[in-house]
Design a protein around this ligand. Structure first.
Ligand code: CIZ
Ligand code: SF4
Length: 310
């Protein structure tokens, strides 16, 4: 059934001059039919140079919005419009606008995991791949507000030695890891390297041998001489990690739920399915539509990020 659907999607892509961009957290079957699979930075870069009429964004809403902002003349589709993000949800634009108005002299740095409205209120956007470099490029006498992920913000403060005012948001998926189960895994697998995404809690990050963005974690596993890894990020990454490092053993950190040995999955990401992707490309809906003035304002801080990441 999945193979049949995949065939039909491939044909529709050709007929409609469409491409599929898929995030690493999508189910394996979606990653396998995508024209590009990546983290949010790679997908934003890919969206900005896409040569097609339609982009189907297999990811969450803020990512599809980003693709639309960078390609206002193209049709951008999202298989399930309810695919949101706890970080984007934690930062309603009205509240954020009141918050930043208390600090008028601050430079507003927002993690890409936020709505188009929040992007439009920001001076620059970052992803976890380029955040360190971008924050280091801001003059040291300029005070900074960082939103919406306080875990990533705290990690960046430690790495750069800079004070920042943090918005109080978290990724519920990366906060869900069980410290107790991680500690047990470390004891059971003394040779394994613990790797974690900086959206994870500070307790988990303290136990990590390597902290990095989605792409940096993939590269680390592929290039490391170690054979065993305890992985602290969304479970979807395991598909590409195993593909690019076939001989290595990957152990996901389980969530804190009682009796659970399951790893953390982003329920928003998993709202997209191969069937929904097919239906969406067939009917060219649901489509991302945004006010053109809002897109113009949100594009500026995004473009600043892309220039600094090239
Ligand atoms: O949504 C996320 O948790 C991440 C890490 C996105 C990305 O690709 O950077
Ligand atoms: Fe948002 Fe977390 Fe899901 Fe990423 S994993 S889309 S940050 S809720």
């Amino acid at each position: 059934m999945k193979r049949h659907l995949a065939e039909k999607i491939r044909q529709l892509k050709k007929d409609k001059n469409a491409i599929v961009l898929a995030h690493y957290y999508q189910e394996a079957a979606i990653q396998d039919i995508a024209d590009c699979v990546g983290d949010s930075l790679a997908l934003a870069q890919q969206a900005s140079k896409a040569d097609c009429d339609i982009i189907v964004f297999a990811g969450v809403h803020f990512m599809a919005e980003t693709a639309k902002i960078l390609n206002p003349e193209k049709k951008v589709l999202l298989p399930d419009l309810n695919a949101s993000c706890s970080l984007a949800e934690s930062c309603p634009p009205g509240d954020f606008e009141s918050f930043i108005s208390q600090y008028p002299d601050h430079y507003v740095v927002s993690y890409i995991n936020c709505s188009a409205h929040v992007k439009a209120l920001s001076d620059i956007i970052v992803t976890s791949s380029n955040a360190l470099k971008i924050i280091q490029s801001i003059p040291t006498d300029k005070p900074i507000i960082f939103a919406p992920d306080k875990n990533l913000g705290r990690y960046l403060m430690e790495k750069t030695g800079r004070q920042m005012i943090l918005w109080d948001g978290v990724c519920t998926v990366h906060e869900a890891f069980s410290l107790e189960k991680l500690t047990e895994l470390v004891l059971e697998h003394p040779e394994a390297k613990v790797i974690a995404h900086p959206e994870s809690s500070k307790e988990v990050l303290r136990l990590a041998d390597f902290i990095g963005s989605t792409q940096a974690m993939l590269d680390y596993v592929k290039n490391s001489s170690h054979l065993e890894f305890i992985v602290g990020t969304e479970a979807g990454i395991l598909h590409m990690m195993q593909k690019s490092a076939p001989g290595k053993s990957l152990i996901p950190i389980p969530t804190a739920e009682e009796n659970s040995c399951a790893c953390s999955e982003c329920a928003y990401m998993k709202l997209n399915t191969l069937q929904k992707l097919y239906t969406c490309l067939l009917h060219e809906a649901p489509e991302i539509t945004l006010d053109s003035d809002l897109m113009d304002r949100a594009r500026k801080p995004l473009q600043k990020m892309l220039e600094l990441s090239s």
